[in-house]
Design a protein around this ligand. Structure first.
Ligand code: ARG
Length: 467
């Protein structure tokens, strides 16, 4: 029987929802950031505390979105919540930022890390040095070398194209891939951490030694803690992606909130466990000097084989995170188009596969362009600034919504209201101010990208008035 689809398919179960949350969060960060954070903090107890605190703040964010997801189950998730909270203008800017920087930038960064680790097993072909020095100059972002690291970038692009293809042919294919890959990666990370603890010739005193802060840390405690949160937040980020696909989750008013809760709790557990394992096998000073912290820990216990093992884990982990992000993000421009704030074609549904195929392709192309731009560290920095700006607005929105729609049924209410959203607001402000002052250039670049969508906004408004 042939049927022509005009709507997206509600095909994702609760398990798929949990796996989209956890599987999009666990990506590159946990294998990279602990080392930088160890440098900043210098104390194992503090390191663990920051991971726990960042996890709890993330959990409040999840509660906030759970309340919204219980009320509205349309495709677009957070984009829709912003529309209800603040109207077209803010929600458009959010959707634009998701497509132009926040999600596509993240995809480029994650795909790049994926490709780097594939490079552990194969030798990449590189272009002649003269080509690699060719560059464009982009205002604020500086010089961009599209052909530099061309082998790595090609593999990153291939991964984006492949996963865009998988999600093009069906939300259930994408969702199943996500479930399988996430089970595997959570499983191996937990086993890996336990093996480090059981077989590693480590010491409990590396993990707990009575809370002594090094002098350099105690002097700037406040700002160092702020900086170290940036690393943890990158590792925890993407918890909100599930809301974008609300329109395709079965019984979404229940399963999206539960997916958020279980997903975030699982990831907090996994992250705290692996950090304890890292610390157990190497003292914090050594961790601070091992940028590839996971590989160094693995080598200590498994010798050379450890490097292969950890590369494989990172490949699987980033592959899953990339899939989760590609699957979820394409739903945002789709929803924008449906609400007449963006090009009509982005709102098309594939007649056979029932997926937002045009939206997927546009997102894929832009992510590939960002891979070529090659400014990955800058990308992660301005991505986080822009993301948190909207997390802040979203948290304030809980108060707005309780006023505006007091009578809409709320199957899940923010736990600890009003204190928890207030804590979240204070924290988000602190984090944004800390980034704005310590990393002004990237923060400004983030802001400029957010507002660069304005011309399209006025164009869409003008067009819809004319119709
Ligand atoms: N947590 C992911 C990682 O550690 C990165 C998430 C990127 N952010 C996003 N909104 N997709 O690799």
């Amino acid at each position: 029987m042939k049927q022509t689809r005009t709507e997206l398919i509600r095909g994702l179960s609760l398990t798929a929802a949990v796996m989209i949350v956890a599987g999009s969060m666990i990506g590159s960060g946990i294998f990279r950031k602990p080392s930088t954070m160890a440098q900043q903090l210098g104390s194992p107890e503090l390191l663990i505390l920051v991971w726990i605190a960042a996890g709890l703040i993330t959990l409040i964010g999840a509660f906030i979105n759970a309340e919204m997801a219980g009320m509205f189950d349309d495709t677009g998730g957070q984009y829709i919540y912003f529309k209800k909270m603040y109207g077209d203008f803010t929600s458009y800017l959010y959707g634009w930022s998701i497509l132009s920087v926040i999600q596509t930038g993240s995809q480029a960064a994650i795909a790049y890390v994926f490709a780097e680790y594939v490079g552990y097993f194969v030798n990449y072909f590189e272009l002649p040095a003269a080509w690699q020095q060719f560059y464009f100059t982009i205002p604020l972002a500086g010089k961009i070398y599209p052909f530099f690291d061309f082998g790595t970038k090609s593999v990153a692009i291939a991964a984006i194209i492949f996963l865009t293809g998988i999600n093009y042919i069906g939300v259930i294919t994408g969702g199943s891939l996500q479930t399988v890959v996430t089970y595997i990666k959570i499983g191996i990370i937990v086993i890996f951490s336990l093996l480090l603890i059981l077989l590693g010739n480590g010491s409990i005193s590396n993990v707990y030694s009575g809370f002594q802060l090094p002098e350099s840390t105690s002097r700037n405690l406040f700002s160092l803690i702020g900086l170290s949160f940036a690393g943890a937040f990158w590792a925890y980020d993407a918890w909100n992606n599930i809301t974008f696909v609300s329109g395709e989750v079965k019984n979404a008013n229940r399963n999206v909130p539960l997916g958020l809760l279980f997903g975030v709790l699982i990831v907090i557990g996994v992250y705290v466990l692996i950090n304890i394992a890292y610390l157990y096998v190497m003292p914090i000073s050594e961790m601070a000097n091992s940028p590839l912290v996971a590989a160094s820990a693995a080598e200590k216990v498994f010798g050379n084989f450890g490097g292969n093992l950890i590369s494989l884990i990172v490949i699987i982990s980033t592959f899953g995170a990339l899939n989760g992000s590609i699957l979820a993000t394409a739903r945002v421009p789709f929803a924008m188009s449906k609400s007449k704030l963006f090009f009509d074609s982005l709102g098309k549904v594939h007649p056979r596969f029932g997926t937002p195929h045009v939206s997927l392709i546009v997102q894929g192309i832009w992510s590939c362009v960002l891979v070529l731009s090659g400014t990955f560290d800058t990308i992660t920095d301005y991505v986080m600034f822009a993301s948190w700006l909207f997390y802040l607005l979203g948290a304030y929105g809980v108060f707005v919504m309780r006023k505006k729609f007091p009578d809409v049924k709320r199957p899940y209410k923010v736990w600890g209201y009003p204190y928890t959203p207030i804590i979240f607001l204070l924290f988000a402000s602190y984090y944004l101010i800390a980034t704005l002052t310590s990393d002004t250039e990237n923060a400004m670049l983030g802001l400029i990208l957010v507002f660069s969508g304005l011309p399209f906004y006025f164009y869409s408004k003008y067009r819809s008035k004319k119709l």
